[in-house]
Design a protein around this ligand. Sequence first.
Ligand SMILES: NC(=O)c1ccc[n+]([C@@H]2O[C@H](COP(=O)([O-])OP(=O)(O)OC[C@H]3O[C@@H](n4cnc5c(N)ncnc54)[C@H](O)[C@@H]3O)[C@@H](O)[C@H]2O)c1
Length: 288
Amino acid sequence: MNPEGIRTIAVLGGGTMGNGIAHVFARYGYTVILRDVERQFLERAVENISKNLDREIRKGKLADGEKAAILGRIDAVTDLDSISRADLAIEAVPEQLELKRRVLGEADRVLRPEAILATNTSSISVTALAAATQRPERFIGMHFMNPVPIMPLVEVIRGLQTSDETFEAAMSLCKKLEKTPVAVADSPGFVSNRVLMPLINEAAFCVMEGVATPDAVDNVMKLGMNHPMGPLELADFIGLDVCLDIMEVMLEGFGDPKFRPCPLLKKMVAAGWLGKKSGRGFHVYGGN
Ligand SMILES: NC(=O)c1ccc[n+]([C@@H]2O[C@H](COP(=O)([O-])OP(=O)(O)OC[C@H]3O[C@@H](n4cnc5c(N)ncnc54)[C@H](O)[C@@H]3O)[C@@H](O)[C@H]2O)c1
């Protein structure tokens, strides 16, 4: 599909990433169909988008009058058939292979044959996800970073069968959103999470082994390495469940024990301490 012909975007999943992706596309004039499984998740997603737009207004990045028009371009739906008019759909449901395969298979059946299907997966093979559809040549990885409205990078990942046309369309779309696309190969965790997640995982081991408290670990990395956020603060922000899922995918994908998830991370996820979104992770968050 010609990038100019892409005007309507479906976003599958309205969580942390889905609402950010919907925000950015609507902000740049695209019509967005945001789909989640329950009304309450969509309400939360639209509320987050509204709050994030307010922040952009406060920072002088967006004119006050534009907010209503941006929100007006987002159609929040629970029924799958509503996505049939999309030119491109981006999947942003949890990082689990079987769930993603199901969601992508369903979307593939509803979308027009010429539409592009993209996944925001952080670590799962794009080639394997493409195989859940009948359009592997029009399937691609578009890995946006969190928070999507702020972070400039999109890792663009070609599956084995992704066509040049689909790749060019994805690259051009990122530029239209004023993002910087970086093409990387289809390998577990791509580049971003292959480098980042072992850092977070090792930070969790430091806490588990009593080497340092979460605050101390974060301070070492902020003050000593000039990282803007400590690794555990970042893990809380990403979601500890998301971090665990990514470590599991890399462990399975590489078969290398260096990717084994820290037992403390597993335990915290089992306890429902998922980070900022649940009010508690390595740190405790008020008002959530
Ligand atoms: N959190 C991050 O920092 C981050 C960064 C980059 C990429 N990612 C990737 O983005 C994807 C989504 O992560 P997230 O953090 O937004 O997760 P999340 O748990 O915040 O959101 C997932 C959303 O998907 C919805 N969902 C579940 N099943 C669905 C279905 N069948 N149809 C539509 N919606 C459905 C859930 O209700 C939820 O609202 C994952 O693949 C993750 O690895 C996450």
